[in-house]
Design a protein around this ligand. Structure first.
Ligand SMILES: CC(C)(COP(=O)(O)OP(=O)(O)OC[C@H]1O[C@@H](n2cnc3c(N)ncnc32)[C@H](O)[C@@H]1OP(=O)(O)O)[C@@H](O)C(=O)NCCC(=O)NCCS
Length: 435
């Protein structure tokens, strides 16, 4: 990468660096990822997130290691029956995995990216469990479910700059140890901590649509319809189930990223297009493609802005004709924002970005930000490499979203010819990361 490209890449990451700082991410490293991935690289990437101020809780799995050591185990459906001697083995295996991860987080040789980073990994009796009990007539013995996550000590550890590492085990008030499913634990912990993200490392790089294209964003309802897909393995289905459940229960976003693709975690978190599949009620539940029934609501939102000069006037007829280019954001069934994408070869104009006045500057909603993010993802999926906007009143807002000021000469020819000198709009560009 040349200096210019490197600087641009680094600058483009800046909004994400500040967006992720002090946020809580729960990361599931399943047993398959522990054995199938370049674990050192994953740990280095997690250490980088930690250094950037992300509060990290890791949950590891142990199933493959257990299957190897106990090939004759009893399962009911997908759930292992854990007798006393199996539980003893599980405790040993989890101890071994824990030490391996703690050792990796302690690396600090000058030749590693973790030089000068001092990461304290903590664990403890943070999870109270209860037995699964008798299912289909079979007593599952020491197979358990989460009863309660003790969030206060986890938050305290995170507040002190520690990274929390949880093994898939929980303790009962009577002092017994229970075997938990790592993906269920990760979702329960993310929900209890009100985490900002649950991230699952998976063998798949992302979900695909019927045409084999990456699904960059999906909502939990759509996700449910994927769970019966026979091409998706049990592990992936468990990961998706955990992501869907977490997002339904208030975790802002879930991400499926590949453990086989070096750097996928960073690419997912620090680029607009991402590389994995993001599960979110907000982004894709909130933003969808517009259709003709939205025209009245869009007019209602943009008219006052046209009158104030923030937006160029568009006739209703033109809006109807161009409706396929529009996206809308919906909250509780109300259209609260809109934007449009008009491709010009490899670039696209992002125009008409508008949020209903009473929904502007709502930190819990960030309608405008969601609209721009959704438009960026869509642009990336269509092979667009640059987005540009023309704005009279919101150039600072677009700069915060990673756009940089440019000149009229930078616009595509046909757009340059139409540039309205009287409006004196500012021109801003943003590079779209390829999918
Ligand atoms: C610009 C606009 C789309 C932002 O939408 P939004 O949903 O209110 O924005 P978000 O909630 O995602 O972001 C809010 C943040 O941006 C800031 N912000 C909002 N409008 C801004 C503006 N015009 N300039 C600079 N910062 C702005 C807010 O102060 C807030 O900052 P904070 O996070 O530090 O509190 C919306 O205000 C709007 O519809 N403006 C009128 C139309 C317009 O000018 N569109 C652009 C032309 S294409």
């Amino acid at each position: 990468m040349d200096t210019h490209a490197y600087a641009r890449w680094f600058r483009d990451s800046t909004p994400y660096i500040s967006a992720h700082r002090r946020k809580t991410f729960v990361v599931l490293i399943g047993a398959d990822a522990l054995t199938g991935a370049d674990l050192t690289s994953i740990v280095h990437d997690l250490a980088l997130l930690h250094t950037l101020g992300v509060r990290l809780v890791l949950v590891h799995g142990c199933r493959e290691q257990l299957d190897e050591e106990l090939p004759d185990a009893t399962f009911v459906g997908d759930r292992r029956v854990t007798d006393e001697s199996t539980m003893r083995r599980i405790t040993h295996i989890n101890g071994r995995i824990r030490s391996q991860l703690e050792a990796l987080f302690s690396m600090g040789l000058p030749s590693t990216p973790m030089h000068n980073t001092d990461i304290t990994v903590v664990g403890g009796n943070f999870v109270t469990a209860r037995p699964v009990g008798v299912i289909d007539g079979v007593d599952h013995l020491f197979t358990g479910r989460v009863r309660k996550v003790r969030t206060a000590p986890i938050h305290a550890a995170l507040e002190h700059g520690a990274l929390v590492l949880l093994s898939p085990m929980g303790y009962s008030p009577s002092g017994q140890v229970f075997n938990l499913t790592a993906s269920e634990l990760a979702a329960d912990v993310a929900i209890a901590l009100k985490a900002d993200k649950l991230i699952a490392f998976d063998v798949l790089p992302h979900l695909k649509d019927a045409d084999g294209r990456r699904v960059s964003g999906i909502n939990p309802g759509e996700l449910d319809t994927r769970l019966d897909d026979p091409s998706i393995g049990d592990n992936t289905a468990n990961h998706l189930r955990a992501l869907g459940r977490a997002v339904r229960s208030g975790v802002a976003r879930g991400h499926l990223v590949s453990y086989l693709d070096d750097g996928a975690l960073l690419a997912e978190l620090f680029t607009a297009a991402g590389v994995g599949t993001q599960v979110s009620e907000k982004l894709h539940g909130m933003v969808r493609r517009a259709n003709v029934t939205d025209v009245a609501a869009i007019v209602d939102i943009i008219r006052p802005m046209e009158e104030s000069g923030a937006l160029v006037r568009r006739s209703r007829d033109r809006l109807e004709a161009e409706i396929d280019h529009f996206l809308v954001a919906e909250v509780d069934g109300i259209v609260v924002g809109t934007c449009a994408l008009f491709p010009h070869d490899k670039a696209a104009e992002l125009s008409c970005v508008a949020v209903r006045e009473s929904f502007q500057n709502q930190p819990g909603l960030r309608v405008g930000t969601h609209l721009v993010e959704a438009a960026e993802r869509l642009a990336a999926e269509s092979g667009i490499t640059r987005l540009f906007v023309l704005t009279t009143q919101a150039h600072h807002w677009f700069e915060r979203a990673g756009f940089t000021l440019a000149t009229v000469d930078d616009l595509p020819m046909e757009k340059k010819q139409l540039y309205n000198l009287q409006r004196q709009s500012k021109v801003l560009f943003k590079t779209v990361e390829s999918v």
